[in-house]
Design a protein. Structure first.
Length: 367
């Protein structure tokens, strides 16, 4: 069970102050004192009220797979930690420095959709639709706190292991807003649930979240897919593999990651390789020579024979054009993940999304 203690207890006296400031800001938008902008085409926001680690990217990927075959789709992100400013459209030559790791991951995985970044979501939408007027649906990645842009449908994630009702606002806890902010969401997803979550446990969570009538609650989990060679053509093993296959080949491996919630990834690796060394870096980490030294040292300490390195797809975005990792490219594999909904909820979720898009696409066409 998650702890109810704040992550940074010495900062606890400051959290109520932060909460008051955020509630006052939200009140200004709720009363119409601060203006919002809406767009005629369907816009779906995927966000949270926590600082990272709830699984926004795999849920955005899920929506992309659901909609991309029927609609001309775009994803608009802020491009966190990029080195550029303003509006940037992703291209086949984009780098992490240009659009950020999450946007680059979306662009790399779904080259047929449009991916763009802008720190101002309203201006970003305007420039996106000017550059790509054929776009029919926009997914807004991590835009729940961007109140200036009113999404047509808001999806908010809360981590099963760090539920919002057991957390505190910044700076003592990890909440960007107080839990009452969930009332603005159309859909709430309790993410990263264990596969065997019981109906009783789901009922307890629903009671604690206390959503309003008309809001929809879903429960999702993470599913790990195939391992993919980080640098196709250079891999010491096949382009696709699995931990089970590597174990059969008596492979020795290590793992590293720079994500907000590393425990799930490391736990998954150690289910098959309990002794695997693991290096943890900060979220959205930009790997430097000193980091390579740590990784290379851990790799060299593995027993001689078949060896490889496992990382996440988001971390792989930082390695693709990083010459520091050239010597390790034959051994680096990344894991793709997707989500699944528990207890037959998937069809209900799909219908909610597709009904919203279909109805609002018709409205936009008639406007």
């Amino acid at each position: 069970m998650p702890s109810k203690c704040p992550a940074r207890p010495l900062l606890l006296p400051l959290s109520p102050i932060f909460g008051v400031i955020v509630r006052f800001r939200n009140l200004l938008y709720d009363r119409g004192i601060c203006k919002t902008s809406a767009f005629e085409i369907p816009t779906i926001c995927v966000g949270n009220i926590s600082v990272g680690g709830t699984g926004k990217t795999p849920h955005t990927e899920y929506l992309t797979k659901l909609l991309q075959k029927q609609y001309k789709l775009a994803v608009l992100s802020r491009g966190y930690k990029r080195k550029t400013k303003g509006f940037v459209l992703a291209s086949k030559d984009s780098r992490v420095e240009d659009i950020g790791d999450e946007a680059l991951q979306m662009a790399s995985k779904f080259p047929e959709i449009t991916v763009a970044v802008h720190e101002n979501r309203v201006k970003g939408m305007q420039l996106l639709l000017k550059a790509r007027p054929e776009i029919q649906v926009v997914l807004l990645d991590d835009a729940f706190q961007h109140r200036r842009l009113k999404a047509g449908l808001s999806i908010v994630l809360t981590d099963y292991g760090r539920p919002v009702y057991d957390d505190f606002p910044l700076p003592a806890g990890n909440l960007r807003e107080t839990p009452q902010a969930l009332s603005r969401a159309d859909i709430v997803i309790c993410s990263k649930c264990p596969p065997d979550i019981s109906a009783e446990r789901r009922k307890q969570i629903a009671s604690r979240l206390a959503l309003k009538k008309g809001q929809n609650l879903f429960f999702s989990g993470i599913r790990y897919g195939k391992l993919r060679a980080g640098f196709p053509g250079k891999g010491a093993y096949s382009a696709q593999s699995s931990l089970a296959e590597l174990k059969q080949k008596d492979c020795k491996l290590m793992c590293f990651c720079g994500i907000a919630s590393p425990n799930s990834f490391i736990g998954w690796v150690r289910q098959s390789f309990p002794e695997a060394p693991a290096l943890i870096f900060p979220d959205h980490h930009e790997y430097k020579a000193s980091d390579l030294e740590k990784i290379y040292s851990a790799f060299e300490r593995l027993e001689n024979g078949n060896k490889c390195i496992i990382t996440t797809q988001k971390d792989h975005m930082h390695l693709k054009n990083n010459p520091l990792f050239e010597a390790l490219t034959p051994y680096i594999y990344y894991i793709e993940i997707d989500i699944h909904f528990v207890d037959g909820q998937e069809n209900v979720f799909k219908k909610l999304i597709t009904d919203y898009v279909r109805n609002h696409t018709k409205n936009a066409a008639m406007a």
